[in-house]
Structures are given as C-alpha cells and as structure tokens.
Design a protein around this ligand. Structure first.
Ligand code: AQP
Length: 333
C-alpha cells in the first residue's frame, strides 16, 4: 500500500530547542513508520534572517545529528538539506510570479519578524512562497503545522490551486494540515507570551537540546513567573502555565494530576522538578548526539544527507519538469 507523504523541516538558525523537540521532532518520530516522511534542514529559509556563515554551517550539521539523536531513523526517512536540492529555489521563483504582494503582506510571521529588523529583506517577505515550493515539489499529502504556520499552509493551497487552474493541469496536489495529538506550543522562559525560539538573543529564554543539566536547571529556576506561588493552570499565570505544559508534555500526566502532585510545593520546587524531567529527557538525546558528533561518524552523516538529497532530487526534478513544461519553457535537448 502506498504511504501518504509528509514533509517537514526546521531552520538551522540556531541549535534546536526544547520547543522544536516537543512541537515537531518528537511527533515526527511517532509518525515515521506510518508515512513516507521527508525531513529537511531548511537552510534556505534560515538566511531570511542574517546568519553567520560559519555558524550556519555548524548548525546545519548539528541539525542533522539532532534529528537522528532525537530518534529520526535515517534508513526509513529521507533526511536532506534544502539547499542541496536546487528545485526548491527554482519552483519558488515560478510561484513568485503568481503570488500577490497583498497576500504576502497579510502574513503574521512576516509582520512579527520584520518588526525585529532594521532592514527587511525581500527573502523574509517571500518566505511563504519558498515554503509552498518545499511542500508542492513532493506532492505532500500532509504538512505538520503549528498554529503559527497555518497561514503559510493556506497560501500554499491557494498557490497550488491557482497554478493548476491557470495552466489547466492538475500538477500540484493540495496539501492538508497534519494535526498531531500532542502539539504543545512551548513558550519562552523569559517571556511566556512569546514562543520559545532558538534565535532569541537571550539564551535564558530557551532550552537548547544541547544544554547541560546544570544549565537547564538554572534556566528553569530563572523562568519568569508571577508571585502567586500556587501551581495552577490559568491564563492569568502564563509562566506557570508554560511550565505545566512542558511537564505534561514530557510525562504524559494531565493538568489536574500535575496540580495535585505539586499542591503546596511553591514555584521553587516545581521549577526544579520541571528542569529535572527536561534534563532527563535531553540526557538520552545528548548521549546519542555526542556519539554521532565524533570524526568516526563523519562519513556516515555525509552519506545520510547525500542519499537524502539524491532521493529528494529525483522527485523534485520530475515535478519541476512538469511545471516548466506547463509554463512554456523549452527543454535543453
Ligand atoms: N516554541 C515552540 N513550540 C512548539 N513548536 C515549535 N516549533 C518551533 N518552536 C516551537 C516547531 O518546530 C518546527 C520548525 O521550526 P523552525 O525552527 O523551522 O521555525 P520556527 O517555528 O520559526 O522556530 P524558531 O526556533 O522560532 O526559529 P527562529 O528562532 O529562527 O525563528 C515547526 O514545526 C514549529 O512549529
């Protein structure tokens, strides 16, 4: 039986975070046997915000190792680096030509991220079109999306329909959102009204997957909370709410169970308990990561992403040929 295709990626704009793990990677691990999964490192996307080239190189390699360390099996999934498959950029160009300025101007991610920069690059504005190209190249059936990416999937669907209708051919499959049962949105430890982000200039705001235990505990101890000192899940206490979400997401315990367990404990003890459970989880990932992060695995890792690029390229090339043909480009031979 043909498996449905799922495509997803993470930008190497920093070392991956607890947010990336609980919101994406952990769910990918759960679905990897059931679907034909393509997991990529979104390096083209990451340069929509300025990156130091050496750091980007390092973070891209680290991301491959982190995918595997988190449990993504490179033998059953396609793992590749986005820039290794040039069709992503090429299809983005074609789609650009039928995307309206108005629809991109409405994207909330663009509005948020552009506010943080002095000079806003066209790439940041165009981010959703590149994302549409990523998805449409592989006839993806499903795309795991958090709330923040919903708008981008919607525009992908619009662009696919528009292209199919303009050229009167069913070239692109219309992708659906993939809703996972556990899609926790992890918030910054320093500002619980904002998403935990790896590019946060304040490292206390995020837990990196590679943070050592003592750093993790310290960051949780410093987590911004209110002065209620009662472990209770309420919208008025976003800091504690975030910590409860993290604890629940890892242990599988329900919110009432957690509230009961930590009744009378106060925030200090609860913060350490969350830190410990996170450190325990990341310890296993870090052990695997450290094993991979040694010269003897160098060739193995290169083979993984070379194989991934080859597999992805085979599919992407076929789709781009159909697109070029539809728009009226002539072939070289
Ligand atoms: N805080 C989070 N909580 C839950 N899920 C998260 N994801 C990211 N942060 C959280 C999920 O990870 C996948 C890819 O993320 P990404 O790194 O490519 O882009 P992003 O969402 O913009 O993440 P960052 O860390 O905030 O990146 P920067 O700092 O570069 O902007 C997605 O599935 C996302 O939902």
């Amino acid at each position: 039986m043909n498996k449905k295709t799922i495509l997803s990626g993470i930008q190497p704009s920093g070392v991956l975070t607890l947010g990336n793990y609980l919101g994406a990677l952990r769910n990918w691990v759960k679905i990897q046997h059931e679907y034909d999964c393509k997991f990529f490192i979104a390096d083209l996307h990451s340069i929509t915000v300025r990156q130091d080239p050496n750091v980007l190189r390092e973070n891209t390699k680290k991301a491959v190792m982190q995918y595997i360390a988190c449990g993504i099996d490179p033998h059953i999934n396609t793992i590749f680096v986005q820039s290794h498959v040039h069709e992503h950029a090429e299809l983005a160009w074609i789609l650009n030509c039928s995307t309206y300025m108005g629809e991109l101007s409405r994207m909330t991610q663009f509005k948020d991220k552009s506010q943080k920069q002095e000079n806003v690059g066209v790439g940041l504005f165009d981010y959703p079109v590149l994302m549409a190209a990523d998805i449409l190249l592989y006839d993806s059936d499903y795309v795991p999306v958090g709330e923040d990416q919903r708008q981008h999937l919607e525009i992908t669907r619009d662009l696919a329909r528009r292209f199919n209708s303009t050229y009167k051919q069913n070239i692109f499959k219309i992708p659906e959102p993939f809703i996972s049962e556990t899609g926790a949105r992890i918030m910054s430890l320093q500002d619980p009204t904002k998403k935990m982000s790896k590019s946060d200039p304040n490292p206390n705001g995020y837990i990196s997957l590679l943070d050592p235990r003592d750093v993790i505990i310290k960051k949780f101890k410093k987590a911004v909370t209110d002065s209620e000192n009662i472990v209770r899940y309420s919208d008025e206490q976003p800091g504690i709410q975030n910590l409860i979400n993290i604890y629940s997401s890892i242990t599988g315990e329900t919110i009432p169970e957690i509230e009961k367990e930590f009744e009378g404990f106060g925030y200090g003890k609860f913060k350490v308990a969350v830190g410990e459970i996170v450190a325990d989880t990341l310890e296993r990932i870090q052990a695997k990561y450290n094993e991979l992060n040694s010269p003897e695995y160098d060739t193995f890792l290169k083979e993984i992403y070379a194989k991934g690029a080859k597999e992805a390229h085979e599919i992407a090339r076929g789709k781009l040929e159909q697109v070029y043909n539809a728009v009226g480009f002539i072939g070289r031979d």
